[in-house]
Design a binder for this molecule. Structure first.
Ligand SMILES: *[C@@H]1O[C@H](CO)[C@@H](O)[C@H](O)[C@H]1NC(C)=O
Length: 194
């Protein structure tokens, strides 16, 4: 495995910025199990109490997700039970990006033998300019308040939204009610790490 120099992995600003805290040691294991580590002058921020400072989160959007009636692949398979939930539409609104959710895609979520739901979805967002953004979501249900916690990964080649390829996004999904077509409405609050 090729291990790029640490300086290529980090923005120049971070390398140059002195911060509070200790030396960071990074250890990388390659495909053959060889361990290599490098210490550097890059320092992680710490709070006054000495606890590492958590990253900040910025609101990306609030989405209303319209799903069709779900179907099951019929009991427990090798990885659990697949609960297939069609994604049939919706919208999302945020400070930097808004648009519609296409009638395209589904969540092929997995219900484990312990009853935990693991989301696994592919869907498509469309901006008002007609730009398509591929969205992959995974996550874990049964969180406090009945929420499902999500991780999002976006893909687009459009220059205006290229930044989405590089965000680390997380979110919460809540059930909002049933629809007249036998489907469900969900709300997703999405955030990006800053
Ligand atoms: C998004 O969809 C919901 C549910 O259909 C609707 O109540 C809301 O007004 C929509 N928001 C926008 C910005 O279109």
């Amino acid at each position: 495995m090729h291990i790029p120099a640490l300086s290529h992995l980090l923005p120049a600003a971070l390398l140059a910025t002195p911060t509070l805290g200790g030396l960071v040691s990074i250890s990388i294991q390659d495909d053959n199990g060889h361990q290599s580590s490098s210490s550097s002058l890059i320092q992680a921020p710490f709070l006054d109490s000495g606890v590492p400072a958590p990253p900040n989160l910025e609101h990306l959007y609030t989405a209303t997700l319209h799903c069709g009636p779900s179907l099951s692949t019929g009991g427990e398979g090798p990885h659990g039970e697949r609960s297939v939930i069609p994604i049939v539409g919706g919208n999302f609104t945020g400070p930097k990006i808004s648009g519609q959710i296409s009638n395209l895609g589904a969540d092929w979520g997995l219900i484990s033998s312990k009853g935990t739901f693991y989301a696994d979805s592919r869907s498509n967002l469309v901006t008002p300019e007609g730009v398509n953004i591929y969205l992959q979501q995974s996550g874990t249900g049964g969180q406090i308040g009945g929420r499902t916690f999500l991780r999002m990964v976006y893909e687009t080649g459009h220059p205006k939204y290229y930044w989405l390829n590089n965000v680390v996004a997380i979110g919460t999904l809540t059930f909002e009610g049933e629809t007249s077509d036998g489907g469900s409405l969900f709300k997703i609050e999405a955030f990006v790490m800053t």
